[in-house]
Write a protein that binds this ligand. Structure first.
Ligand SMILES: Nc1ncnc2c1ncn2[C@@H]1O[C@H](COP(=O)(O)OP(=O)(O)OP(=O)(O)O)[C@@H](O)[C@H]1O
Length: 340
C-alpha cells in the first residue's frame, strides 16, 4: 500500500521480568522454561505497526501484558529483546536526552494511576508540561484553563488533587495530556474512573479530536463497547502475545483463534458490523431505490433493514458511490440471530 505511514512499530518485542540468568528468547522459548528460570513473561514476541492517524485499542484479560506492551512502546520501560521504532527511529538506541525531547515534543500519556503532582493545583498540573516546554506563563494558563473546561472541570482550577474525586483526577490527567497536543498518545485505561455519562462524553471528545487532526493513539481498555466506538483496529492479547490485531469487524466476524472467538462471543455483532462489510458485488441484480449508508452499523439501521421489502439492498459509501448489494437475510441473521 502506497499510503502507509507507520508511526510506531515493534518487532519481535519481548519483556521478561526477573533477575536470574535469562534463556535465549525465541518463539520456541516457552513461558514454562522462563518461569523455571525465575522469570515472568509479560510481552512475548510481539510485532505490530501503528499507522499515522490510527487508533489501536489493546484489549485482553488482566495480566495479559497490555500495560507492559504500551510501556515498552513509549520506552517507559526497556524491552528485554526486540525493537521499537517511532517515526523511523529506534527508540531503544536513543539517549535519555533524545528520549525526553521526543516525549516532550511528540508524546502524550495517560495512565491508570493519574500521576498528578500533589502540591500543584489542577490548573498548575495541566500547565506543567507546557512549562517544561518553555511556554510563557500567560499562554500556558490560558491553554490549561481551556483544557480543564473541555473536560468539565471549570471552577475547579485551584483545587489540589486530594480535593478532587478519582474521576476528576483522571480528567485532570486527560486535560494535561491534551494540553500539549501530542502527535502520539498512549492511554492506559484513561476513562476507567469516569461514570458512564462523562465516559461517553470523553469518548466523543476523543473521536472529535481524532477526526480533526491525525493523531496516532494506542489505547488500553477493558470495555468492548468503548473499543468498538473508538478503535480502527483492536489487538487482543493473551499471555503476552497478540492473538489477533484487526478491525473490530474482523475480530468479531473472523476471529483468528478460538481464544478471540471466546473473548468476543458475548458481543452484539450488529453493533460492530457496518452495512458496508456486507456489500457484495451486484452481479447483474437490479439496483433500485434508496441505498443504506455503508458506514452505519446494522444496529443503527436495524429498523430500516427489518422494514425493507427488498432481498438485496444497495449500500452506498459516504461519497454516494455504490459499494454493492447487501443480502437482507444475512443482515437479519446478524441482527436477530439465524432463523430457527
Ligand atoms: N514490574 C513487574 N515485575 C514483575 N512482573 C511484572 C511487572 N509488571 C508486570 N508484571 C507481570 O507481567 C504480566 C503482565 O502485566 P501487565 O500489567 O502488562 O498486564 P495488563 O494486561 O496490563 O493487566 P491489567 O489489565 O490488570 O492492567 C503480569 O503477569 C504481571 O504480573
Amino acid at each position: 500500500m502506497s499510503d502507509r505511514d507507520p508511526v510506531i512499530s515493534c518487532h519481535n518485542l519481548w519483556k521478561v521480568f526477573g533477575t536470574g540468568r535469562l534463556p535465549a528468547l525465541s518463539p520456541a522459548t516457552s513461558a514454562e522454561e522462563l518461569r523455571a528460570s525465575g522469570h515472568i513473561t509479560a510481552v512475548r514476541d510481539v510485532s505490530l505497526t501503528i499507522e499515522r492517524g490510527e487508533m489501536l485499542v489493546v484489549m485482553g484479560l488482566s495480566g495479559s501484558g497490555k500495560s507492559t506492551l504500551v510501556r515498552c512502546l513509549a520506552r517507559l520501560i526497556d524491552a528485554t529483546s526486540g525493537r521499537v521504532m517511532v517515526e523511523g527511529r529506534d527508540i531503544g538506541a536513543m539517549t535519555e536526552a533524545e528520549l525526553i525531547d521526543l516525549r516532550r515534543r511528540k508524546m502524550g500519556m495517560v495512565f491508570q494511576s493519574f500521576g498528578l503532582l500533589p502540591h500543584r493545583t489542577a490548573l498548575e498540573n495541566v500547565a506543567f508540561p507546557l512549562e517544561m516546554r518553555g511556554q510563557d506563563r500567560a499562554s500556558r494558563i490560558a491553554r490549561a484553563t481551556e483544557m480543564l473546561s473541555l473536560v468539565g472541570l471549570q471552577g475547579r482550577e485551584s483545587y489540589f488533587p486530594r480535593e478532587l474525586s478519582g474521576g476528576q483526577q483522571q480528567r485532570v490527567g486527560i486535560a494535561r495530556s491534551l494540553a500539549v497536543e501530542p502527535d502520539i498518545w498512549f492511554l492506559d485505561e484513561p476513562f476507567s474512573a469516569l461514570d458512564p455519562l462523562i465516559r461517553r462524553e470523553m469518548q466523543d471528545e476523543f473521536l472529535r479530536l481524532k477526526a480533526m487532526v491525525a493523531k496516532t493513539i494506542v489505547f488500553i481498555t477493558h470495555d468492548f463497547d468503548e473499543a468498538i466506538r473508538l478503535a480502527d483496529r483492536i489487538a487482543i492479547m493473551k499471555d503476552g502475545m497478540v492473538e489477533q490485531c484487526d478491525t473490530p469487524e474482523r475480530i468479531v466476524m473472523a476471529p483468528a483463534t478460538e481464544y478471540v472467538a471466546k473473548f468476543t462471543s458475548a458481543i452484539d455483532r450488529a453493533r460492530v458490523v457496518r452495512a458496508g462489510a456486507l456489500a457484495r458485488p451486484v452481479q447483474g441484480r437490479a439496483v433500485e431505490g434508496a441505498a443504506l449508508s455503508g458506514h452505519s452499523t446494522l444496529h443503527e439501521i436495524a429498523r430500516l433493514i427489518v422494514c425493507d421489502p427488498r432481498d438485496h439492498v444497495p449500500v452506498a459509501a459516504a461519497d454516494g458511490g455504490l459499494m454493492g448489494l447487501m443480502d437482507r437475510n444475512e443482515a437479519l441473521d446478524i441482527l436477530l440471530g439465524p432463523a430457527a
